[in-house]
Design a protein around this ligand. Structure first.
Ligand SMILES: [Zn+2]
Length: 74
């Protein structure tokens, strides 16, 4: 349970970390070439390529305070 500074509470509070899958990539049909690149990348790395965001939500006010990008696959 990470303790982070909540901008809404203006103090250090406990946060719950939530993994959230990015959905905007699925929405865009124009990035087919990028999708193809991701597929190739996935095939060669052997690791499922998921763009996940780690979101930290304040336990008290549910304010979203930090987003960590988990794009790296290594
Ligand atoms: Zn808060």
């Amino acid at each position: 349970m990470p303790v982070l500074f909540c901008q809404s509470c203006c103090r250090d509070t406990q946060h719950k970390a939530v993994l959230r899958k990015r959905t905007e990539d699925d929405m865009s049909l124009k990035n087919k070439f990028q999708k193809f690149n991701e597929l190739i990348n996935q095939l060669f790395s052997g690791v499922p390529y998921h763009k996940m965001d780690r979101v930290c939500l304040c336990r008290y006010c549910n304010h979203q305070n930090a987003v960590y990008s988990l794009d790296s696959t290594h």
